[in-house]
Design a protein around this ligand. Structure first.
Ligand code: PEP
Length: 256
């Protein structure tokens, strides 16, 4: 039986926005999304703008999220941010395993699994990004890649913890390239992920976990993506930097 999942419209600012730009964004964005109470809206600013963003959004329902974290609470890890540091400024969400972390900074599935376990142990909700590269899709390996990425993380989790996860399916060939997966291609991957969760755990877990689509989402394509039965939200990079565009994405018509 399928369960109603609250849509999650998420922004990943990556390495963008100074404090002045962050203030300018929220001044323009917040009034545009004031009455959207049938969905969750989440924004992941860079670490330096998290505390200010928290202050600027305190009278709104916008959720704030870190873009990464280390798995240890403290130590000799120059340049890293710990779960305790994130929690201390009131942040309970983190993006983990983004393809830029995997492919530019060399994070492998074991590192990502350690980060996910640590986030959950600190009651921080992870958004786990998974997705295949273009050559893997062309070789027909998409499902195998997703399976390995899912198993390396969910294989370490109990059912109770698995329920707290959010997954973002982000085909690497669609990130920042302007090439969006068609709604059919995205739905196929999302349905595969949900059926994998159902086989690994059971259908109650599979029905609970939200699966977001990410990869060149824009105001013009968001509604057809959101109309797919297994797409529960979006994770948006480039188009989330503009308050006008991201408010149109976050406020899009959702029919299912
Ligand atoms: C992302 O960074 O997660 C992403 C999907 O980027 P873009 O929307 O720019 O493709």
């Amino acid at each position: 039986m399928s369960e109603k999942r609250t849509p999650l419209m998420a922004a990943n600012w990556k390495m963008h926005k100074t404090l002045a730009e962050t203030k300018e964004f929220f001044n323009s964005f917040l009034p545009k999304v004031e009455n959207l109470d049938d969905r969750d809206i989440l924004i992941a600013p860079p670490f330096t703008a998290l505390a200010l963003s928290k202050k600027l959004t305190e009278s709104s329902s916008v959720i704030l999220c870190a873009q990464n974290m280390h798995w240890e609470e403290k130590g000799a890890f120059t340049g890293e941010i710990s779960p305790l540091m994130i929690k201390e400024i009131g942040i309970n969400w983190v993006i983990l395993g983004h393809s830029e972390r995997r492919h530019i900074f060399g994070e492998n599935n074991e590192v990502i699994a350690a980060k996910v376990s640590s986030a959950l142990a600190h009651e921080i909700n992870p958004i786990l990004c998974i997705g295949e590269k273009l050559e893997e899709r062309e070789l027909g390996q998409t499902e195998d890649v997703l399976k390995v990425q899912l198993e390396s993380v969910f294989g370490t989790l109990s059912q109770e913890l698995a329920k707290k996860m959010t997954i973002a399916y982000e085909p690497v060939w669609a990130i920042g390239t302007g090439k969006t997966a068609t709604p059919d291609i995205a739905q196929q991957a999302h349905a595969f992920i949900r059926s994998w969760l159902s086989n690994w755990f059971d259908s109650s877990i599979a029905q609970k976990v939200r699966i977001l689509y990410g990869g060149s989402v824009k105001p013009e394509n968001v509604e057809s993506l959101m109309a797919q039965p297994d797409i529960d939200g979006v994770l948006v990079g480039g188009a989330s930097l503009d308050p006008e565009k991201f408010s149109r994405i976050a406020g899009c018509k959702i029919i299912n």
